[in-house]
Design a protein around this ligand. Structure first.
Ligand SMILES: [Zn+2]
Length: 108
Protein backbone atom coordinates (compact mmCIF):
# COMPACT_ATOMS: atom_id res chain seq x y z
CA UNK A 1 0.00 0.00 0.00
CA UNK A 2 1.27 3.48 -0.83
CA UNK A 3 1.96 6.09 1.82
CA UNK A 4 -0.81 8.22 0.33
CA UNK A 5 -3.35 5.42 0.78
CA UNK A 6 -2.22 4.85 4.34
CA UNK A 7 -2.61 8.56 5.06
CA UNK A 8 -6.10 8.55 3.55
CA UNK A 9 -7.12 5.61 5.71
CA UNK A 10 -6.00 7.44 8.83
CA UNK A 11 -7.37 10.85 7.88
CA UNK A 12 -10.63 9.46 6.48
CA UNK A 13 -11.47 12.34 4.20
CA UNK A 14 -10.18 14.08 1.12
CA UNK A 15 -9.90 17.63 2.50
CA UNK A 16 -7.57 16.61 5.30
CA UNK A 17 -5.39 14.65 2.90
CA UNK A 18 -5.22 17.53 0.45
CA UNK A 19 -4.13 19.95 3.21
CA UNK A 20 -1.52 17.49 4.43
CA UNK A 21 -0.11 16.84 0.98
CA UNK A 22 0.01 20.52 0.02
CA UNK A 23 1.56 21.31 3.40
CA UNK A 24 4.26 18.71 2.81
CA UNK A 25 4.99 20.05 -0.64
CA UNK A 26 5.20 23.58 0.75
CA UNK A 27 7.48 22.46 3.56
CA UNK A 28 9.77 20.66 1.13
CA UNK A 29 10.82 23.82 -0.64
CA UNK A 30 7.75 25.36 -2.25
CA UNK A 31 6.96 27.57 0.73
CA UNK A 32 7.20 30.82 -1.24
CA UNK A 33 4.62 29.58 -3.71
CA UNK A 34 1.90 29.09 -1.10
CA UNK A 35 1.88 32.76 -0.15
CA UNK A 36 -0.55 35.10 -1.87
CA UNK A 37 -3.44 34.72 -4.29
CA UNK A 38 -3.44 31.88 -6.76
CA UNK A 39 -1.01 30.07 -4.53
CA UNK A 40 -2.67 26.70 -5.03
CA UNK A 41 -2.45 26.93 -8.80
CA UNK A 42 1.18 27.97 -8.60
CA UNK A 43 1.98 25.18 -6.18
CA UNK A 44 0.32 22.55 -8.35
CA UNK A 45 2.06 23.86 -11.46
CA UNK A 46 5.45 23.63 -9.82
CA UNK A 47 4.67 20.16 -8.44
CA UNK A 48 2.77 18.33 -11.20
CA UNK A 49 3.01 15.01 -9.35
CA UNK A 50 0.69 16.43 -6.68
CA UNK A 51 -2.15 16.61 -9.20
CA UNK A 52 -1.79 12.90 -9.93
CA UNK A 53 -1.60 12.05 -6.24
CA UNK A 54 -4.78 14.00 -5.49
CA UNK A 55 -6.56 12.32 -8.42
CA UNK A 56 -5.50 8.85 -7.22
CA UNK A 57 -6.60 9.83 -3.72
CA UNK A 58 -10.09 10.62 -5.02
CA UNK A 59 -10.22 7.26 -6.82
CA UNK A 60 -9.08 5.42 -3.72
CA UNK A 61 -11.70 7.15 -1.54
CA UNK A 62 -14.42 5.76 -3.83
CA UNK A 63 -13.10 2.18 -3.69
CA UNK A 64 -14.06 -0.77 -1.49
CA UNK A 65 -10.37 -1.00 -0.48
CA UNK A 66 -10.82 2.32 1.26
CA UNK A 67 -14.08 1.33 2.97
CA UNK A 68 -12.56 -1.91 4.28
CA UNK A 69 -9.25 -0.33 5.25
CA UNK A 70 -10.97 2.53 7.03
CA UNK A 71 -13.03 0.07 9.07
CA UNK A 72 -9.80 -1.59 10.21
CA UNK A 73 -8.26 1.76 11.14
CA UNK A 74 -11.33 2.74 13.17
CA UNK A 75 -11.23 -0.61 14.96
CA UNK A 76 -7.58 -0.08 15.86
CA UNK A 77 -8.30 3.47 17.07
CA UNK A 78 -11.01 2.05 19.32
CA UNK A 79 -8.54 -0.43 20.84
CA UNK A 80 -5.91 2.31 21.17
CA UNK A 81 -8.21 4.09 23.64
CA UNK A 82 -7.03 1.43 26.07
CA UNK A 83 -3.44 2.43 25.42
CA UNK A 84 -1.55 5.47 26.58
CA UNK A 85 1.78 7.11 25.83
CA UNK A 86 4.25 7.72 28.66
CA UNK A 87 4.54 11.44 29.34
CA UNK A 88 8.28 11.12 29.88
CA UNK A 89 9.53 8.76 27.21
CA UNK A 90 6.52 8.41 24.89
CA UNK A 91 6.39 4.62 25.10
CA UNK A 92 2.87 3.37 24.30
CA UNK A 93 1.47 0.66 26.58
CA UNK A 94 -1.84 -0.38 28.18
CA UNK A 95 -3.35 2.24 30.50
CA UNK A 96 -3.81 -0.46 33.12
CA UNK A 97 -0.04 -0.65 33.66
CA UNK A 98 0.89 1.63 36.53
CA UNK A 99 4.58 1.90 35.67
CA UNK A 100 5.97 2.65 32.23
CA UNK A 101 7.51 -0.59 30.87
CA UNK A 102 10.17 1.45 29.11
CA UNK A 103 11.44 4.05 31.61
CA UNK A 104 9.75 2.81 34.77
CA UNK A 105 8.08 6.09 35.73
CA UNK A 106 4.98 5.82 37.95
CA UNK A 107 2.08 6.91 35.75
CA UNK A 108 -0.54 7.18 38.51
ZN1 LIG B 1 8.27 6.00 30.04
Amino acid sequence: MSADRAALLVLGRYGAFESLLLGLVAASGGAESVVGDGSMVELLQSHPSVVGRLRRATEFLGSTDFVQGRAKVLASVASSRLMTACRYCGFVSPKAERFCPSCGVNRA
